[in-house]
Design a protein around this ligand. Structure first.
Ligand SMILES: Cc1cc2nc3c(=O)[nH]c(=O)nc-3n(C[C@H](O)[C@H](O)[C@H](O)COP(=O)(O)O)c2cc1C
Length: 180
């Protein structure tokens, strides 16, 4: 258990990267972590675009505001994993939404994102989940088809600079027993 908690607690958002490629087998392990993530009725609505082409990374960066702390990481990281979701799949049964929350793609991709970040950390790789950017612009860069949404960009590589852990709420502040 200590190992698992070390991974969970030791993972940090990494925003500066070394100019060093990610080995193919490590990338594959990270993708395997997505493959085995849970999803609504096992719909697996994720699609992952692995971006390594420096030109495409620059085009993606152009969709990110320069004020975003992850701005530099878009071109510095050797790989940017782009999380894309198929719409009207997760949370749907025979084309109809099944719960008040409608499409559950954000939930499923959130789990997949955490799988990526934890697996990468275990491999000695840093990641940062970026959600603040112009989604339509990024979609156009990658040619994401209709019926899909581009949810997050995850630059991944070897950390050039570690980040300090932002303070967490105490367990007692968010845990409720038997009633809210
Ligand atoms: C859905 C989501 C979107 C995020 N978007 C950004 C972002 O656009 N830019 C950025 O620098 N960090 C982003 N982050 C990283 C958070 O700022 C970070 O996880 C949080 O401050 C806690 O720090 P830690 O990851 O080092 O524990 C995002 C995280 C999540 C989960």
């Amino acid at each position: 258990m200590a190992d698992f908690m070390d991974i969970v607690k030791g993972r940090r958002s990494i925003r500066r990267f070394e100019d060093k490629a990610v080995p193919e087998d490590q990338l594959n392990t990270v993708l395997e972590a997505v493959q085995w993530s849970p999803s609504w009725a096992n719909t697996q609505c994720w699609e992952i675009v692995v971006v390594r082409d420096p030109v495409v990374k620059e085009q993606l960066q152009a969709a990110v505001p320069a004020t975003n702390p992850a701005f530099k990481s878009m071109v510095e990281a050797p790989v940017v994993l782009v999380l894309v979701a198929k719409l009207q799949s997760s949370g749907y049964y025979k084309g109809q939404v099944t719960t008040k929350f409608g499409d559950w793609f954000m939930f499923d991709l959130g789990i997949a994102a955490q799988s990526i970040c934890l697996a990468a950390h275990k491999l000695g790789l840093g990641t940062v989940i970026a959600g603040l950017f112009e989604h339509e612009k990024a979609k156009a860069v990658l040619g994401v088809p209709a019926g899909y949404e581009l949810v997050a960009l995850i630059p991944m590589g070897y950390a050039a600079k570690d980040s300090a852990a932002p303070k967490r709420r105490e367990i007692g502040e968010f845990t409720h027993y038997d009633r809210f």
